[in-house]
Design a protein around this ligand. Structure first.
Ligand code: UDP
Length: 471
């Protein structure tokens, strides 16, 4: 068995913030266990990753070139740089061309004194399975989603023929699964809400899904106390007895303030502004993540709603074209802060001034909010976010929903009244208070999970032991 100090793990994240960040946190957790980690990525992603792993001598980076592809904007190596969601599929396909350089790197590492004991690679990089099999290295797959959402998605694909006859808004039953909320087809990810075989995105997902189920194991960014009752259903979709290793919330492995990727001066200004909002739990943090396209007219509605709600707010806006509707700037001047650059979300959520999070319910944001004990005002937009929203609101009781958010099918403008009512209830209503208590209780459990003796901490040690034995 290799000694702990000579164990080496290769991590290959998909090039999207929400996929890369948790794997960086995992890299740091592994390096603290004296494991050498090599992160494989492309040049521009490497530049930003390098800043976050400074001071971690056991983590190194290997760059492989990103291919130039017709139809993809030049120098676009991360989905957050894509001009719109339309480019997502060509981007996913482009990553297949990383296989050859990846294999060359893997070969060199296998011939070194510290050959890797496994490769942890993203679900979207399905072709890494074939490479790992060719070189005899176990592949652990990482999805970046919660267990319940993954199990629902897998089950809905598996049972697609039976489910196709169910109408869009009728409750959906998934064989073998006990759901903590009412699920409808409209909650499922994808434009058609059930896979159709001529859908190109579905074809890609099917391809990577085949590699997924043949992987040696699955790394899950969740913790047992949160999703234990769904682990078995999820694992049942894997062959060869692959196990789901719940290691999260991975964000909690990152020491607060250690993130060197954000502009430190900017972070200080935000912290100072939050500290000036002297009433604890008074500020609502607003962010819709790094992927969803939110129209300018929808952003106007958010701005009016925040103004009407009377709550202080800190709002991260991604749109490059949007500006505050005329007249609003003066009204919100002393009450709200609109930020247009990358913020340290975890740090913001942990500030005592923050009392709620108006969120798109990306899984990382959900976990970060729960970990900080902050209740969510759920406004799901794309992908599996409707499932996350239902889980946090109906399943865990740690959030409320924005009324009028239809689902994945209709893209109706959500009114300022609905948003404003949601903010008011979350920040000052009795339902908001109950959600806050639930979120705080979950935050305490999440914190224990990653401590020595906690479920995720122990699972990480078990995983490392098992990988060492299997080599
Ligand atoms: N994030 C951040 N600062 C920002 C925007 C996003 O730190 O200004 C982080 C956020 O904390 C989370 C990730 O980016 O870890 C977004 O992932 P999530 O799954 O919530 O949503 P996605 O962007 O994938 O839709």
């Amino acid at each position: 068995m290799p000694s702990p100090s000579s164990s080496h793990v290769v991590i290959f994240p998909f090039m999207a913030q929400g996929h890369t960040l948790p794997l960086l946190y995992l890299s740091k957790a592994l390096s603290r266990q004296q494991i050498m980690v090599t992160i494989i990525t492309t040049p521009s992603n490497a530049t930003s990753i390098a800043k976050t792993i400074a001071n971690h001598p056991k983590i190194s980076l290997v760059e492989i070139p990103f291919p130039t592809i017709d139809g993809l904007p030049k120098d676009c190596e991360n989905t957050s740089q894509l001009p719109s969601m339309e480019f997502h599929l060509p981007f996913l396909h482009a990553t297949k061309q990383l296989q050859k350089p990846f294999e060359q790197v893997l070969q060199t590492m296998l011939e070194s004194k510290t050959p890797p004991i496994c490769v942890i690679s993203d679900f979207f990089l399905g072709w890494t399975l074939a490479s790992c099999q060719a070189f005899g290295v176990p592949r652990l797959v990482f999805h970046g989603l919660g267990i319940l959402s993954m199990a629902i998605i897998k089950s809905s694909w598996f049972h697609a023929p039976q489910l196709e006859s169910v109408s869009m808004f009728d409750p959906l039953d998934l064989p073998g699964m006990k759901l903590p909320f009412t699920l409808t087809r409209a909650d499922l990810p994808g434009s058609t809400n059930l896979p159709e075989h001529d859908d190109k995105f579905y074809q890609f997902i099917q391809e990577v899904g085949e590699a997924d189920v043949k992987s040696w194991g699955v790394i899950v960014n969740s913790f047992e106390e949160l999703e234990k009752s769904h682990i078995q259903a999820f694992e049942s979709f894997y062959i060869n007895g692959a196990k789901a290793w719940c290691l999260g919330p991975l964000c909690l492995y990152e020491k607060m303030g250690s993130d060197k990727s954000t502009n430190q001066d900017h972070s200080c200004t935000l912290t100072q502004w939050l500290t000036e909002q002297v009433t604890p739990d008074s500020v609502i943090y607003v962010s819709f993540g790094t992927q969803a396209d939110v129209s300018d007219s929808q952003l106007d509605e958010v701005a009016f709603a925040l103004e009407e709600s009377g709550s202080p707010f800190l709002w991260v806006v991604r749109s490059k074209t949007w500006s505050l509707p005329t007249g609003l700037e003066e009204k919100i001047k002393n009450r709200g802060l609109i930020v247009r650059e990358w913020v340290n979300q975890r740090q913001i959520l942990s500030h005592r001034a923050i009392g709620g999070f108006l969120s798109h319910c990306g899984w990382n944001s959900v976990l970060e909010s729960v970990s900080a004990g902050v209740p969510i005002l759920a406004w799901p937009m794309i992908a599996e976010q409707s499932l996350n929203a239902k889980f946090i609101v109906d399943g865990l009781g740690a959030g409320l929903s924005v009324e009028g958010v239809q689902n994945q099918v209709s893209k109706i403008l959500v009114s300022r009244q609905a948003i404003c009512e949601g903010v008011e209830e979350l920040m000052g209503g009795s339902k908001g208070r109950i959600a806050k208590e639930r979120a705080q209780a979950l935050g305490r459990v999440a914190g224990r999970a990653v401590q020595k003796g906690g479920s995720s901490h122990d699972t990480l040690n078990k995983l490392i032991d098992q990988l060492r034995v299997s080599m």
